[in-house]
Design a protein around this ligand. Structure first.
Ligand code: 16G
Length: 240
Protein backbone atom coordinates (compact mmCIF):
# COMPACT_ATOMS: atom_id res chain seq x y z
CA UNK A 1 0.00 0.00 0.00
CA UNK A 2 2.84 2.43 0.82
CA UNK A 3 5.36 2.95 -1.96
CA UNK A 4 8.36 4.76 -0.50
CA UNK A 5 9.80 5.32 -4.00
CA UNK A 6 6.67 7.01 -5.24
CA UNK A 7 6.82 10.76 -5.87
CA UNK A 8 3.55 10.99 -3.89
CA UNK A 9 4.24 12.02 -0.28
CA UNK A 10 3.77 9.14 2.15
CA UNK A 11 1.18 10.96 4.25
CA UNK A 12 -0.87 11.47 1.08
CA UNK A 13 -0.70 7.77 0.27
CA UNK A 14 -2.05 7.02 3.75
CA UNK A 15 -4.85 9.54 3.27
CA UNK A 16 -5.86 7.85 0.02
CA UNK A 17 -5.56 4.38 1.54
CA UNK A 18 -7.86 5.22 4.49
CA UNK A 19 -10.33 6.95 2.16
CA UNK A 20 -10.47 3.85 -0.03
CA UNK A 21 -11.11 1.61 3.02
CA UNK A 22 -14.01 3.90 3.98
CA UNK A 23 -15.28 3.88 0.40
CA UNK A 24 -15.21 0.07 0.27
CA UNK A 25 -16.96 -0.19 3.64
CA UNK A 26 -13.99 -1.91 5.28
CA UNK A 27 -13.94 0.97 7.75
CA UNK A 28 -17.50 1.85 8.79
CA UNK A 29 -18.94 4.98 10.44
CA UNK A 30 -18.32 4.76 14.17
CA UNK A 31 -15.38 2.31 13.81
CA UNK A 32 -12.24 3.18 15.69
CA UNK A 33 -9.20 3.85 13.48
CA UNK A 34 -6.10 1.80 14.35
CA UNK A 35 -3.71 3.86 16.47
CA UNK A 36 -0.92 6.04 15.06
CA UNK A 37 1.55 3.61 16.59
CA UNK A 38 0.03 0.60 14.79
CA UNK A 39 0.12 2.41 11.44
CA UNK A 40 3.66 3.62 12.05
CA UNK A 41 4.88 0.13 12.96
CA UNK A 42 3.14 -1.81 10.23
CA UNK A 43 4.28 0.56 7.44
CA UNK A 44 7.63 1.47 8.99
CA UNK A 45 6.96 5.17 8.85
CA UNK A 46 7.10 7.88 11.48
CA UNK A 47 4.17 8.63 13.76
CA UNK A 48 4.43 12.25 12.61
CA UNK A 49 3.61 11.15 9.07
CA UNK A 50 0.61 9.15 10.26
CA UNK A 51 -0.55 12.14 12.33
CA UNK A 52 -0.29 14.42 9.30
CA UNK A 53 -2.54 12.06 7.32
CA UNK A 54 -5.05 11.73 10.16
CA UNK A 55 -5.12 15.51 10.66
CA UNK A 56 -5.98 15.97 7.01
CA UNK A 57 -8.77 13.39 7.17
CA UNK A 58 -10.14 15.02 10.34
CA UNK A 59 -10.15 18.46 8.76
CA UNK A 60 -11.91 17.08 5.68
CA UNK A 61 -14.56 15.52 7.93
CA UNK A 62 -13.81 11.86 7.14
CA UNK A 63 -12.62 11.19 10.70
CA UNK A 64 -13.29 12.70 14.11
CA UNK A 65 -11.39 12.51 17.38
CA UNK A 66 -12.73 11.93 20.86
CA UNK A 67 -10.25 13.01 23.48
CA UNK A 68 -8.95 10.09 25.49
CA UNK A 69 -10.75 7.55 23.27
CA UNK A 70 -9.27 7.68 19.81
CA UNK A 71 -10.07 8.55 16.21
CA UNK A 72 -13.26 7.34 14.57
CA UNK A 73 -14.79 7.08 11.11
CA UNK A 74 -17.37 9.82 10.48
CA UNK A 75 -20.79 9.30 8.92
CA UNK A 76 -20.87 10.05 5.21
CA UNK A 77 -22.12 13.51 4.42
CA UNK A 78 -25.26 14.03 2.42
CA UNK A 79 -24.21 15.57 -0.88
CA UNK A 80 -26.74 18.16 -1.95
CA UNK A 81 -26.46 19.53 -5.48
CA UNK A 82 -27.26 23.21 -5.74
CA UNK A 83 -28.96 22.90 -9.09
CA UNK A 84 -32.76 22.65 -9.12
CA UNK A 85 -35.02 24.14 -6.47
CA UNK A 86 -36.11 21.21 -4.32
CA UNK A 87 -37.74 20.62 -0.96
CA UNK A 88 -36.28 18.69 1.94
CA UNK A 89 -38.82 15.92 1.38
CA UNK A 90 -37.86 15.60 -2.29
CA UNK A 91 -34.13 15.64 -1.48
CA UNK A 92 -34.43 12.81 1.04
CA UNK A 93 -36.80 10.68 -1.05
CA UNK A 94 -34.44 11.02 -4.04
CA UNK A 95 -31.73 9.40 -1.88
CA UNK A 96 -33.98 6.63 -0.61
CA UNK A 97 -33.93 8.16 2.88
CA UNK A 98 -37.02 8.63 5.01
CA UNK A 99 -37.83 12.31 5.69
CA UNK A 100 -39.64 13.30 8.85
CA UNK A 101 -40.15 16.45 10.88
CA UNK A 102 -40.68 17.44 14.46
CA UNK A 103 -42.79 20.54 14.76
CA UNK A 104 -41.48 22.89 17.47
CA UNK A 105 -43.57 25.96 16.63
CA UNK A 106 -46.61 26.62 14.48
CA UNK A 107 -48.35 29.96 14.98
CA UNK A 108 -49.53 33.08 13.23
CA UNK A 109 -47.66 36.23 14.30
CA UNK A 110 -47.58 39.85 13.06
CA UNK A 111 -44.66 40.44 10.67
CA UNK A 112 -42.09 42.87 12.03
CA UNK A 113 -40.83 45.58 9.71
CA UNK A 114 -37.89 43.75 8.07
CA UNK A 115 -39.76 40.46 7.62
CA UNK A 116 -42.79 42.28 6.17
CA UNK A 117 -40.50 43.93 3.60
CA UNK A 118 -38.87 40.60 2.70
CA UNK A 119 -42.28 38.96 2.28
CA UNK A 120 -43.75 41.96 0.44
CA UNK A 121 -46.63 42.34 2.89
CA UNK A 122 -47.84 45.14 5.21
CA UNK A 123 -46.02 45.65 8.49
CA UNK A 124 -47.73 43.55 11.20
CA UNK A 125 -49.50 41.53 8.51
CA UNK A 126 -50.13 37.88 9.57
CA UNK A 127 -47.39 35.35 8.91
CA UNK A 128 -47.02 31.71 9.81
CA UNK A 129 -44.00 31.25 12.04
CA UNK A 130 -43.00 27.61 11.73
CA UNK A 131 -40.06 25.84 13.35
CA UNK A 132 -39.29 22.26 12.35
CA UNK A 133 -36.46 19.85 12.99
CA UNK A 134 -35.93 17.98 9.73
CA UNK A 135 -34.79 14.36 10.00
CA UNK A 136 -33.33 11.93 7.46
CA UNK A 137 -33.76 8.30 8.54
CA UNK A 138 -34.50 9.62 12.05
CA UNK A 139 -31.22 11.59 12.27
CA UNK A 140 -31.68 15.34 12.79
CA UNK A 141 -30.18 17.22 9.82
CA UNK A 142 -31.54 20.76 9.99
CA UNK A 143 -33.42 23.16 12.22
CA UNK A 144 -35.62 25.25 9.98
CA UNK A 145 -37.57 28.44 10.71
CA UNK A 146 -40.06 29.24 7.94
CA UNK A 147 -42.11 32.43 7.57
CA UNK A 148 -45.03 32.38 5.13
CA UNK A 149 -47.66 35.08 4.53
CA UNK A 150 -50.86 33.67 6.06
CA UNK A 151 -53.02 35.36 3.44
CA UNK A 152 -51.12 33.66 0.63
CA UNK A 153 -51.01 30.07 1.86
CA UNK A 154 -54.44 29.20 3.18
CA UNK A 155 -55.39 26.26 5.33
CA UNK A 156 -52.01 25.18 6.68
CA UNK A 157 -52.34 22.70 9.51
CA UNK A 158 -49.91 20.99 11.85
CA UNK A 159 -50.43 17.79 9.92
CA UNK A 160 -49.56 19.35 6.57
CA UNK A 161 -46.48 21.06 7.93
CA UNK A 162 -45.30 17.86 9.54
CA UNK A 163 -45.06 16.53 5.99
CA UNK A 164 -44.20 18.51 2.84
CA UNK A 165 -44.93 22.21 2.59
CA UNK A 166 -43.99 22.37 -1.11
CA UNK A 167 -46.25 19.39 -1.96
CA UNK A 168 -49.20 21.15 -0.29
CA UNK A 169 -48.51 24.43 -2.08
CA UNK A 170 -48.15 22.88 -5.51
CA UNK A 171 -50.57 19.99 -5.36
CA UNK A 172 -53.36 21.29 -3.13
CA UNK A 173 -53.22 25.06 -3.62
CA UNK A 174 -52.06 24.93 -7.23
CA UNK A 175 -49.57 27.76 -6.69
CA UNK A 176 -46.45 27.64 -8.86
CA UNK A 177 -43.07 27.96 -7.20
CA UNK A 178 -40.67 29.82 -9.50
CA UNK A 179 -37.26 30.34 -7.90
CA UNK A 180 -35.28 31.10 -4.76
CA UNK A 181 -32.42 33.28 -3.63
CA UNK A 182 -30.25 31.36 -1.25
CA UNK A 183 -27.25 32.28 0.91
CA UNK A 184 -25.07 29.75 2.72
CA UNK A 185 -22.63 30.73 5.41
CA UNK A 186 -20.58 29.03 8.08
CA UNK A 187 -21.56 29.39 11.71
CA UNK A 188 -21.55 27.49 15.00
CA UNK A 189 -24.52 25.93 16.80
CA UNK A 190 -26.03 27.93 19.64
CA UNK A 191 -27.88 26.34 22.56
CA UNK A 192 -31.19 25.84 20.72
CA UNK A 193 -29.61 24.58 17.50
CA UNK A 194 -27.32 22.16 19.29
CA UNK A 195 -30.20 20.67 21.29
CA UNK A 196 -32.38 20.24 18.21
CA UNK A 197 -29.60 18.82 16.07
CA UNK A 198 -28.13 16.61 18.81
CA UNK A 199 -24.67 18.10 18.42
CA UNK A 200 -22.42 19.91 20.89
CA UNK A 201 -22.89 23.64 21.36
CA UNK A 202 -20.29 25.38 19.21
CA UNK A 203 -20.21 22.61 16.55
CA UNK A 204 -19.97 23.87 12.98
CA UNK A 205 -23.22 24.45 11.11
CA UNK A 206 -24.15 25.75 7.68
CA UNK A 207 -26.56 28.61 8.08
CA UNK A 208 -28.84 28.92 5.05
CA UNK A 209 -31.32 31.61 4.21
CA UNK A 210 -33.73 30.98 1.36
CA UNK A 211 -36.29 33.44 -0.04
CA UNK A 212 -38.66 31.70 -2.43
CA UNK A 213 -40.90 33.32 -5.02
CA UNK A 214 -44.02 32.22 -6.91
CA UNK A 215 -44.51 32.66 -10.65
CA UNK A 216 -47.07 35.40 -9.89
CA UNK A 217 -44.29 37.46 -8.27
CA UNK A 218 -45.38 36.94 -4.64
CA UNK A 219 -42.84 35.91 -2.01
CA UNK A 220 -43.78 32.49 -0.70
CA UNK A 221 -41.34 32.05 2.15
CA UNK A 222 -38.38 33.39 4.05
CA UNK A 223 -36.53 30.45 5.58
CA UNK A 224 -33.60 30.39 7.97
CA UNK A 225 -32.07 26.95 8.46
CA UNK A 226 -29.17 25.54 10.41
CA UNK A 227 -27.74 22.41 8.75
CA UNK A 228 -25.29 20.10 10.47
CA UNK A 229 -21.92 20.73 8.86
CA UNK A 230 -20.78 17.22 9.83
CA UNK A 231 -23.58 15.65 7.79
CA UNK A 232 -24.11 18.02 4.85
CA UNK A 233 -22.06 19.06 1.88
CA UNK A 234 -23.27 21.27 -0.97
CA UNK A 235 -22.09 20.69 -4.52
CA UNK A 236 -22.25 23.09 -7.39
CA UNK A 237 -21.35 22.78 -11.07
CA UNK A 238 -19.79 25.91 -12.51
CA UNK A 239 -19.61 26.64 -16.22
CA UNK A 240 -16.97 28.72 -17.90
C1 16G B 1 -36.06 22.93 2.15
C2 16G B 1 -35.89 24.42 1.91
C3 16G B 1 -36.99 25.24 2.52
C4 16G B 1 -38.35 24.70 2.15
C5 16G B 1 -38.43 23.24 2.48
C6 16G B 1 -39.73 22.63 2.04
C7 16G B 1 -33.43 24.68 2.01
C8 16G B 1 -32.28 25.40 2.57
N1 16G B 1 -34.63 24.96 2.43
O1 16G B 1 -35.81 22.61 3.47
O2 16G B 1 -36.87 26.57 2.04
O3 16G B 1 -39.36 25.40 2.86
O4 16G B 1 -37.38 22.53 1.82
O5 16G B 1 -39.69 21.29 2.42
O6 16G B 1 -33.24 23.86 1.18
P1 16G B 1 -40.94 20.33 2.53
O7 16G B 1 -41.71 20.46 1.26
O8 16G B 1 -40.36 19.01 2.78
O9 16G B 1 -41.77 20.85 3.71
Amino acid sequence: MIDKNSPLPIYHQIVEHIKSLIEKGELKPGDCLPSEREYAESYEISRMTVRQAVNELVSEGHLYRIRGKGTFIAERKIEQKLAGLTSFTEDMCARGMKPSSKLLRFEIVPAHNKLAKQLGIKENGPVYDIVRIRFADNVPMALENTYIPANLVKGLTEEIISQSLYAYIEEKLDLKIKDSDQAIEASVADEKQSKALEIKKGSPILFIQRNTFLTNGATLEVVKSAYRADRYKFLINMKR
